[in-house]
Design a protein. Structure first.
Length: 214
């Protein structure tokens, strides 16, 4: 076999290998990335009452099924709702997170530490219940974002406001117990906020909870 033929075959093999690497990377990217969860947990009011076996055992009447708008069945979680979230790093890291309320604008507790000119503070109160086998031990302020009606996201600031106490860093919540606190954001004046987001693993979990404002 000539040297030219050997070089040609080697080049073809390298190109084939490179193509395989590109295809594999593309396939991995297409299946990865975070997912946004907007599904609120079922409330006690919407679930069958405990011990109401008669209603559960009663056979369904032969009535035509009522059609319900798909939009109503899939209404996104709103402020006040709870979303069950899970972390990515550890299986035991799960929590029921509630976006309790939004205070917009929020006033700083320090007259010398205020929002920049043309901006103001917004405070969002979250409630976190550690539902996993391990305690929740993270920094909630790094796990939250607010998003305006144009899709622009805003991260948190460590400012304190009169809306209420902020989370401690880190926040430690024993398994089965609940903690509550505010996360503060600095946004431009005139901004119309549309959504609140929160994720575990200090904001790096694949699953992101999302609540609609208003």
């Amino acid at each position: 076999m000539s040297a030219t033929t050997r070089r040609t075959r080697r080049t073809a093999a390298l190109l084939a290998g490179a193509a395989l690497v590109v295809l594999t990377a593309t396939a991995c990217d297409s299946t990865g990335g975070p997912s946004v969860s907007t599904e609120a947990k079922q409330t006690a009011a919407s679930a069958p009452a405990a011990g109401d076996t008669a209603a559960a055992a009663k056979p369904a009447e032969n009535k035509p099924a009522e059609s319900k708008p798909a939009e109503a069945a899939k209404a996104p979680a709103k402020i006040g709702d709870t979303i069950a979230l899970k972390g990515t790093l550890e299986k035991g890291n799960t929590a029921d997170v509630t976006a309790v309320k939004v205070v917009d604008p929020a006033t700083s507790t320090n007259e010398y530490l205020t929002a920049a000119d043309g901006k103001h503070y917004v405070a969002v109160q979250f409630q976190i219940k550690a539902t996993g086998a391990k305690a929740y031990s993270e920094a909630p302020w790094s796990s939250a974002k607010v998003v305006d009606d144009q899709g622009q996201a805003y991260g948190p600031t460590l400012a304190e406001t009169k809306a209420g106490p902020s989370f401690q860093t880190p926040t430690n919540i024993a398994a089965g117990e609940t903690g509550k606190g505010f996360v503060v954001f600095e946004v431009p004046d005139g901004t119309k906020l549309d959504k609140v987001q929160f994720s575990l693993d200090n904001g790096f979990a694949d699953q992101v909870g999302q609540w609609k404002i208003g």
